[in-house]
Design a protein around this ligand. Sequence first.
Ligand SMILES: N[C@@H](CCC(=O)N[C@@H](CS)C(=O)NCC(=O)O)C(=O)O
Length: 210
Amino acid sequence: MILTGQLDSPFVRRVAIALNFYRLPYRHNVISAYGDFDDLLRVNPLGKVPALTLDGGTVLADSTLILDHLDRAAGEGKSLWPSAADARAKALAHVGVAVGLAEKAVEFRTETVRRPSDKIDQPRVDRVVAQIGASLAWLERHTPGDGFAAGESVSHADIASATAVTFISHKNPEHLGGSPEGDGDYPNLLRHARLCEEMTEFKAAPFTDY
Ligand SMILES: N[C@@H](CCC(=O)N[C@@H](CS)C(=O)NCC(=O)O)C(=O)O
């Protein structure tokens, strides 16, 4: 399998980390969604990362669809979803907000860093900032003071949350509030992200600013 995309993307990272938990070998095609756009279009017609090229040549795009496939392909007992329906529903809700948060954090950068300053649409930026704040607050309320986000062991909820929070803490820590040294407005969330980032599977796919 070939995973296309850089580890500064929270979506690429959530796939890479899940591959590590599944113990599935893969080759990493480190190309930039912006700097290597033509190469990327040849892999994924959407020109987006991540893309996962399966051994048979099928190309999957979008982290959630990729992980849907991998969770099945990983084999018996390897799923990163809780098996009980209630816990699974909680994990799905968590992933929905965490992946949405990552999308809003990326959109914030598109709206503020990638636009000429005279083309910034401030009401749009304000809306995205409000969505980021509300999503962080939701995740803080739904992240326990210790342990995993949903269920007894690591799940897609933990990976989605930690990769989103790590991305924000590197790129726009101002979203996290408080002093740079402290845990700001989201102590559970930041503690949880640190716990995850200490795991071998996370360390093997570290956030990387290229
Ligand atoms: N929902 C998608 C989001 C993927 C995404 O937005 N990737 C960004 C990089 S972090 C990208 O490729 N952006 C380029 C573009 O949208 O043109 C997923 O979960 O994979």
